[in-house]
Design a protein around this ligand. Structure first.
Ligand SMILES: *Cc1c(COP(=O)(O)O)cnc(C)c1O
Length: 371
């Protein structure tokens, strides 16, 4: 057994998730959506190879992610450099590596793409008027819809190929109506572009597809029904869909195996349970207690009581849950094993190199041949 803590990813589950999404999202009957995996959710070589073979495209955010994919034999045409925040030098390197698809949300970045990736295909990310998700982007990304229209016209005029508008409803979005709003706004942009003789080929509806943690999420079928209906209602015949999942492909395929380091009653009377995994070696998404992971222990069945759950480092912020009501067996003690469910997304990829001397979370892929 590997040393605790570690993450196990079941690759066959990732394949099932991919195929379920592929079957669920389609514009007008059988015009299937293109699925573009957001690599940052789980940049694990075995999974990239598996998804490549399934037919996925890849959303990459940096030269590092581009090199990772190309190094595994992914064709550069399957990559989209989707991060709107990029240096001119990185665009030039991506272009030299064969990347011909980019997303942007400012005129500055558009001009950098024109200069360093001439003739490429572009998507413009706008900030859709959607409800907040569980881990929201706020206003960090996306221009106004009116600005997206202006910039896409400019992109055409500057010799780029216009793919279409692009929005992301925020990660772990629990309201299916969010996609309807984004697709409707995309349709309005597409219509205005058509009046300027620009006919979009795709609408990128981003990621954000939720999975069930302690709180249940709407089923994929429910969201897909909303997406498919909105696409048929609001988008022009020329436009296909691109969907860009991270969490929904890998989240439920992973389980973290960890250990209880200690249990104590603090001076305020609360019970604290310290684990060998925390905010800095895999549990980054407990920031603001956004994601409520479920724990399984070997003492489940014993009486339970509330616990504050904390990580192992000497950092006051390395606390997973102190406001969220977490119930753990009262018998839990140092040395007990504990598993954390649905931890395949945004865990290992977020873990620090060695904060406080704790190594990054190791990943073990089961169900796939290792290279
Ligand atoms: C992170 C990210 C995604 C994936 O988001 P999920 O909520 O994990 O599906 C998709 N697109 C972009 C541009 C992202 O940054």
């Amino acid at each position: 057994m590997p040393e605790s803590p570690y993450l196990v990813i079941h690759s066959e589950r990732v394949r099932e998730n991919y195929r379920a999404l592929d079957a669920a999202v389609a514009v007008r009957g059988d015009d299937k959506a293109r699925i573009r995996f957001a690599v940052k959710a789980s940049p694990v070589p075995e999974l990239i190879t598996l998804l490549d073979a399934e037919g996925a495209e890849f959303d990459v955010a940096s030269i590092g992610e581009i090199e990772l994919c190309l190094g595994l034999g992914v064709a550069p045409e399957k990559l989209c450099y989707g991060n709107p925040i990029k240096k001119a030098a990185d665009i030039a390197r991506a272009y030299a590596a064969g990347v011909r698809r980019y997303a942007f949300d400012t005129e500055d970045d558009l001009l950098r793409i024109v200069e360093h990736a001439p003739g490429s295909e572009v998507e413009c990310r706008f900030l859709a008027s959607t409800p907040a998700s569980q881990t929201p982007f706020g206003t960090k990304f996306g221009c106004s819809p009116a600005e997206a229209l202006r910039l896409l016209v400019r992109a055409r005029d500057l010799g780029l190929v216009v793919a279409g508008p692009y929005f992301h409803v925020g990660s772990q979005q629990l309201d299916p109506a969010a996609w309807r709003i984004g697709i409707q706004q995309s349709g309005e942009i597409a219509e205005a572009l058509a009046a300027k003789d620009i006919h979009i080929t795709s609408v990128n509806i981003g990621g954000g597809l939720p999975i069930s943690y302690a709180e249940a999420a709407p089923a994929l079928g429910e969201i897909a029904a909303v997406v498919n209906a909105a696409a048929a209602e609001f988008l022009p015949e020329t436009a296909g869909l691109v969907v860009e999942p991270g969490r929904a492909l890998v989240g439920n395929a992973g389980t973290i195996h960890a250990e209880v380091v200690g249990v104590r009653i603090a001076p305020d009377g609360r019970r604290w349970v310290y684990l060998d995994i925390g905010r800095y070696n895999g549990m980054a998404e407990t920031e603001n207690e956004y994601i409520a992971y479920r724990f399984v222990t070997e003492r489940d069945g014993d009486p339970v009581d509330e616990a504050v759950v904390a990580g192992p480092t000497c950092d006051g912020d390395d606390v997973l849950y102190q406001r969220t009501r977490v119930l753990l067996p009262t018998t839990l003690r140092a040395g007990d094993r504990i598993t954390i469910l649905d931890t395949g997304a945004y865990t290992a990829s977020y873990s620090s190199v060695s904060f406080n001397g704790f190594p990054p979370l190791t990943v073990h892929v089961s169900g796939a041949e290792r290279e």
